[in-house]
Design a protein around this ligand. Structure first.
Ligand code: GTP
Ligand code: MG
Length: 149
């Protein structure tokens, strides 16, 4: 018994923000200090068991960031706008503020990001692929929010 649901999960964001590192942590529980920039896109899968005998399988597309050194909330907002305009209305969007372990080099205020996420109906987590903080929480919350009929 139990049901298996399959969903596509796409990571978007500028180069070097840690998209591949989040996926590596989630899928293999590993971290690499010298990760190569993704070329094109990488494809991986991972499953999450939810409590109610339900399994969610994510088909993960880890895309290549296009730009560098502009890791701003504004850029994330423009991705979200585009998704809300173009994607399926049932899309689940999560905002991950990664590299939370580098607190001395923080550039985006937690409260500002959280307020934006709340206003826009996004899941929001501050994550660290390095220390694993909130990485499983991020992906599990996405799984829980998927439309399971
Ligand atoms: P592109 O593939 O070019 O789009 O980059 P990306 O977003 O996939 O970034 P990637 O995962 O390759 O990480 C870039 C660099 O940041 C690597 O050197 C990682 O080791 C480092 N990094 C990623 N996540 C974290 C984190 O949570 N904390 C710290 N300290 N470093 C991180
Ligand atoms: Mg990458």
């Amino acid at each position: 018994t139990g049901r298996l649901y399959q969903f596509k999960l796409v990571l978007l964001g500028e180069s070097a923000v840690g998209k591949s590192s989040l996926v590596l942590r989630f899928v293999k529980d590993q971290f690499d200090d010298y990760r190569e920039s993704t070329i094109g896109a990488a494809f991986l899968t991972q499953t999450i068991g939810l409590d109610n005998n339900t399994t969610v399988k994510f088909e993960i597309w880890d895309t290549a960031g296009q730009e560098r050194y502009k890791s701003s909330l504004e850029k994330a907002k423009s991705w979200v706008k585009e998704l809300q305009r173009q994607a399926d209305p049932n899309i689940v969007i999560a905002l991950a503020g990664n590299k939370s372990d580098l607190s001395a080099r923080r550039v985006i205020d937690t409260e500002e990001a959280k307020a934006y996420a709340d206003d826009t109906g996004l899941l929001f987590f501050e994550t660290s692929a390095k220390t694993a903080t909130n990485v499983n929480e991020l992906f599990t919350s996405i799984a829980r929010k998927m439309p399971l009929d």
